[in-house]
Design a protein around this ligand. Structure first.
Ligand code: GDP
Ligand code: MG
Length: 172
């Protein structure tokens, strides 16, 4: 017998170096990889959640380096329930590439997929390049939720996945 009622597939995209793997490791394993970060080496990680008395299994897909080569394929997005688009608040190019990521996404997904925009590395206040409200505005314009996180300081990481799962539950 299955020990969960819902299975949701969540995928992370965004430029290399923005902290996707660290976010997944922080959420799934409770660690922040020190030094050499962080090729998971598997396609996905599993996290069991319980929200409002429902047991949910999240299957979380990390791109594991493919983003460098732009070889992310249809199969990666297939059957995604939610997509987390990550940029680095201290890195303008990672933000400037968002429209391109969205364009690519839209070729592969339908309108019902839940999108959430994440500005990671919120701990880097000194070297911030993208103000909070600019990220928020971009998300609003493209019909996405928005959240700033720090995988390093474990700020808002749980919230990404909790909010997202709550949204998916409402649609289920
Ligand atoms: P990915 O290529 O998107 O998977 O990015 P990684 O998770 O491998 O992280 C890239 C680099 O950013 C690593 O050196 C991490 O230590 C660093 N990093 C990731 N998350 C954070 C964060 O929240 N704050 C800070 N300051 N650095 C981070
Ligand atoms: Mg990675």
């Amino acid at each position: 017998m299955e020990d969960y009622k819902f299975l949701f597939k969540v995928v992370l995209i965004g430029e290399a170096g923005v902290g996707k793997t660290c976010l997944v490791r922080r959420f799934c394993q409770g660690v922040y990889p020190i030094g050499q970060a962080a090729t998971i080496g598997v396609d996905f990680m599993i996290k069991n959640m319980e929200i409002k008395g429902e047991r949910i299994k999240l299957q979380i897909w990390d791109t594991a380096g493919q983003e460098r080569f732009r070889t992310i394929t249809q199969s990666y997005y297939r059957s995604a329930n939610a997509i987390i688009i990550v940029y680095d608040i201290s890195n303008q190019p990672s933000f400037d590439r968002l429209p391109e990521w969205l364009r690519e996404l839209r070729q592969h997904i339908n309108d019902r997929v839940t999108l959430i925009l994440v500005g990671n590395k919120s701990d880097l206040t000194e070297s911030r390049e993208i103000p909070y409200h600019i990220g928020e505005l971009f998300a609003q314009r493209h019909n996405m939720r928005f959240i700033e996180t720090s995988a390093k300081e474990s700020a808002n990481v749980e919230q990404i996945f909790t909010e997202l799962t709550e949204t998916l539950l409402k649609q289920a």
